[in-house]
Design a protein around this ligand. Sequence first.
Ligand SMILES: Nc1nc2c(ncn2[C@@H]2O[C@H](COP(=O)(O)OP(=O)(O)O)[C@@H](O)[C@H]2O)c(=O)[nH]1
Ligand SMILES: [Mg+2]
Length: 294
Amino acid sequence: MVPGDCYMCTGRVTPGRILILLFCFLCVRPVLVLEDMRRTVFIVGTAGAGKTVLTGVLKERIEAYGPSAITVNLDPAVKQLPYDPNVDVRDYVSYDDFLKSGLGPNSALIAAVDSALLHVDDIIREIDEYNADYVIIDTPGQMEVYAYRVGGQMITRALAAGNPSLVVFLIDALFFEEPLSIASALSLASSIALRLGLPQINAVSKADLLLPEVVEEIIPRLGEEGFLEGLIERAEGVNAQARLMALKLVEAIREAGFIGGLIPVSSLNVETVDALYGRIQQVLTGGEEPSAYK
Ligand SMILES: Nc1nc2c(ncn2[C@@H]2O[C@H](COP(=O)(O)OP(=O)(O)O)[C@@H](O)[C@H]2O)c(=O)[nH]1
Ligand SMILES: [Mg+2]
């Protein structure tokens, strides 16, 4: 029996798996057994984009399909959460203590997020103990404090190390009110991809607030060469300099392959969250069936 013929030890190597050398008890030869490992999903986006609400809903939807999922709150300043986090940065750092020490709200937040880095080993140990299939990470409300500071970048690297990870970047539905805002949202999304250096799914959050034509005609066509450019060229009330800048920006983002593939998500509509989960599976398993767990 040649390796691969045996039904016990046939398997493909995918990024979502680790390899363990064992002996197959049927064909009695060393084989690689494929074992699923945890997958980490960072939810990132501008303040108020819906990260926290989506974190809780995504966990529920993943579990509805069978895999186990845990949530990690990385926002030291949040007062109330709509989900019960399995791991909570507030157990390690106190935003209020930084405020009491005399720092202003922004400086206290920066200090709290940066000092979370000192506890990243404890956070990882807690995550490990759950042995969950999915780890969903809710990042601080103000994206710049997390994604654009070295502390947040290092925390991301530490939490992503050794397991398939991706970023879900939430573009608030508000950006879809006019074409120049869409261009600026896409540039924000690409700058996050540069900062965090992980595979990224760009989602338009609060999709329930989008006009039907945005969901049906604009979002699906953004990947088409010239489509967003046409919207920008026809946009009213825009000065020539801003229009030119938006067009140049779109050209650069398109060349970088970063336009298109946006997925509309509403935490109020489980079908859209399921579609996001399907996309997450696709990206993390290197193109396997999105519905592998169904
Ligand atoms: N309409 C609508 N509102 C949402 C949705 N997701 C979140 N929100 C609201 O947007 C606000 C900010 O949400 P939150 O998750 O705290 O945003 P975060 O700052 O990105 O964590 C809250 O008032 C939520 O109730 C959504 O899918 N649709
Ligand atoms: Mg939040």
